[in-house]
Design a protein. Structure first.
Lengths: 199, 102
């Protein structure tokens, strides 16, 4: 009963909030709705017994990714409404509906399959005298999924360096017009020198 | 009536994914396009966690975990590119920054 109520509260609020994100004209409203929707998604993870995943969702998505978006919005004009030219809205919504149908069929195909067994069953850590989702996740992550874990760490490092190089370099003037800016600077210096010579 | 099965979660995931898909199709602003891709990634995460819970398997959670890592690095690189594009064109509208006429 409680699961029923909780599921519908989380499901309806995520759908409405993500709908606002996908359809709103204001960047600030869209971002706020997206952050709130992520919080509700983490509620769904807690309902599914994936406690660790829910906490990671809260920390990484609502904490880090949303802070990055908020930081990036300082560079763009967020107060203006976004003007977009829409070609064919009926076609878009028709394709979206078809996509939903295809996805439900695709995801429910493994449910019909009978001979699927759990490779890493929930409750692995009980053999070692521990219990809890975080312990289970740790056991599987640091044994079977160790190499993907390390590769993900390397990928995050690469992404960090890419972010620094792309966004942080020469922040005070335009990246693409830096050569032109240099030329202008040289011209001005030449003029100053010429004027000095004339004087 | 009050039982919540795996199909409920999968239908929710499909609905959320199609919301993100509609967003990707109709958005012309690049930042909004990024928001729509985040919605799609989250929808798939819900589906992974639900199926993992249905089979009592931890692999679903593992995959969702790696998807979160990929999404985080995608945002870091993508926002850097967006800042450069905004400096170059003064706008994030796809109609303005598209250089290939087709």
């Amino acid at each position: 009963m409680y699961e029923f109520i909780a599921f519908y509260v989380f499901a309806i609020s995520t759908t409405v909030l993500f709908g606002i994100t996908a359809l709103s004209k204001n960047v600030l409203y869209a971002m706020t709705a997206l952050a709130a929707g992520m919080v509700m998604i983490s509620g769904l993870f807690f309902l599914l017994g994936a406690d660790f995943l829910g906490v990671v969702q809260l920390i990484v998505y609502v904490g880090a990714v949303m802070a990055l978006y908020a930081f990036a919005m300082m560079f763009f004009d967020a107060t203006k409404d976004v003007k977009e030219k829409h070609g064919n809205p009926t076609l878009v919504f028709l394709l979206g509906g078809l996509m939903a149908l295809v996805f439900v069929v695709m995801f429910s195909a493994p449910i019909i399959g009978e001979n699927i067994q759990a490779l890493y069953p929930v409750g692995l850590s009980e053999n070692l005298g521990m219990s809890g989702n975080a312990q289970d996740v740790g056991l599987v992550l640091f044994t079977k999924y160790l190499i993907p874990f390390e590769v993900a760490a390397l990928m995050l490092l690469v992404a960090m360096i890419a972010g620094i190089i792309l966004a942080g370099k020469k922040m005070d003037y335009s990246l693409t017009e830096c050569e032109a800016a240099d030329d202008e600077l040289k011209d001005e210096e030449l003029k100053v020198e010429l004027e000095k010579g004339e004087a | 009536m009050f039982e919540i099965g795996v199909s409920h979660y999968l239908i929710l995931s499909g609905i959320l994914f199609s919301i993100g898909f509609v967003g990707v199709l109709r958005r012309k602003n690049l930042l909004m396009l990024f928001f729509a891709t985040e919605i799609m990634l989250n929808a798939v995460n819900v589906a992974f966690a639900a199926i993992g819970n249905y089979y009592g398997d931890l692999s679903g959670q593992m995959f969702a975990f790696f998807i979160i890592a990929v999404a985080a690095s995608e945002v870091a690189v993508g926002l850097g590119l967006l800042i450069i594009l905004y400096k170059k064109y003064g706008s994030l509208d796809l109609d303005v920054i598209s250089s290939m006429k087709g």
